[in-house]
Design a protein around this ligand. Structure first.
Ligand SMILES: NC(=O)c1ccc[n+]([C@@H]2O[C@H](COP(=O)([O-])OP(=O)(O)OC[C@H]3O[C@@H](n4cnc5c(N)ncnc54)[C@H](O)[C@@H]3O)[C@@H](O)[C@H]2O)c1
Length: 324
């Protein structure tokens, strides 16, 4: 890992951010600034930083605040933009708010980088869901974008901004598409995705409920593997502004995933009929290929689902103990 580089993490109090900050500290990174709005709607908590709070510079603020951006963007080498409204169903309930953060917010960050620090690397965390229902057996970067919800549509717009700012202004932008990340500090609320919702239910001994028959295929990625991918995106010679998938090669049905979580955490699972609002935005089968990203960066996930879940359980139990 390159030393002496200053890192800025936008949205760093969220699930991915909490894990990424820890991963950076574990890998010897010292100068880390985190910005997060801590808007209660997004359910992130400053307290989740625990003991590492003293090892970072935390600023509570909004990525749409140009004054704030002017104070943090110039003095940094790498900007990881993980800030966003991240609930698919909530994006349909309030599309204007989603656009405020996931479109205007992203644009403001890119404008600040262009004007104040054009040599910084900007890594953006996008989502595989922007492809919508798969048109082919395996999805790669050539797949069409046919998003089914507003959040996913806005990810597509934000990706294009990164491409345009790279092409027109020479910004060093990197775009990585993730799918179904899981691990410690995940949100319990099902509106933020099924993987961490299941894990949080399971650790409390509650039964897991799978919508429909659970046959739809997903790629699950342990958050530590996602941290490595995010870092690899800045370290390598990736073409700027181009989107890349970083997913696991394990293709598993939602039912297999739920039953594995239930087994590891010692609970049980059942299938229930689809709620109408969720069925409409269900992307069905997604088998993602990350061959392109792997070939360029050498990144490979280290953990199978079972291994990632065991590490998640260990970390969550340790966190629970520290609260006793
Ligand atoms: N978790 C996944 O499975 C997954 C999959 C694909 C992509 N992603 C992307 O990765 C990024 C991080 O996701 P996550 O799972 O940690 O989500 P999260 O909701 O836990 O974290 C997002 C953080 O952004 C903050 N935020 C929201 N609006 C903000 C604003 N205007 N200014 C500053 N901070 C703001 C929130 O408070 C929250 O802490 C997001 O861009 C998400 O779309 C996540």
């Amino acid at each position: 890992m390159r030393s002496n580089q200053k890192v800025l993490i936008l949205g760093g109090a969220g699930f991915f951010g909490q894990n990424f900050v820890r991963w950076l500290l574990k890998n010897g990174r010292k100068e880390i600034t985190v910005v997060d709005s801590l808007d209660p709607l997004f359910q992130s908590k400053k307290e989740d930083f625990g003991a590492i709070y003293d090892d970072i510079r935390f600023i509570q603020g909004d990525i749409r605040d140009e004054k704030l951006l002017a104070s943090v963007v110039p003095n940094t080498d790498i900007i990881f933009n993980l800030a966003g409204q991240t609930s698919h169903p909530n994006s349909l309930k309030d599309p204007i708010s989603d656009a405020g953060v996931n479109v205007i917010g992203i644009l403001k960050v890119l404008l600040a980088v262009k004007d104040l620090n054009p040599n910084a690397i900007v890594a953006f965390s996008s989502s595989s869901t922007l492809v919508g229902k798969a048109l082919s057996e395996v999805i790669d970067e050539n797949h069409a974008e046919r998003p089914l919800d507003i959040y996913s549509a806005h990810k597509g717009i934000a990706e294009k901004y990164h491409r345009i700012f790279s092409n027109s202004y020479g910004l060093k932008t990197r775009v990585i598409r993730f799918a179904n990340l899981y691990g410690p500090y995940g949100k319990a609320d099902s509106a933020f995705g099924f993987a961490n919702h299941f894990i949080n239910k399971a650790i409390n001994g509650e039964k897991l409920t799978v919508f429909g028959d659970g046959a739809q295929i997903r790629n699950m990625l342990f958050v530590e593997d996602a941290c490595e991918a995010l870092w690899a995106a800045t370290d390598s010679q990736l073409p700027e502004g181009e989107p890349f998938f970083a997913a696991h090669e394990e293709h598993l049905s939602v039912k297999e995933i739920a039953w594995t979580i239930a087994e590891i955490f010692g609970t049980c699972a059942q299938t229930i009929p689809w709620p109408e609002d969720r069925k409409k935005i269900e992307i069905s089968h997604q088998k993602i290929s990350s061959e392109k990203f792997r070939a360029l960066t050498g990144w490979r996930p280290k953990y199978s689902l079972a291994e990632g879940l065991l590490l998640t359980k260990k970390a969550m139990n340790a966190n629970l103990k520290s609260l006793d």
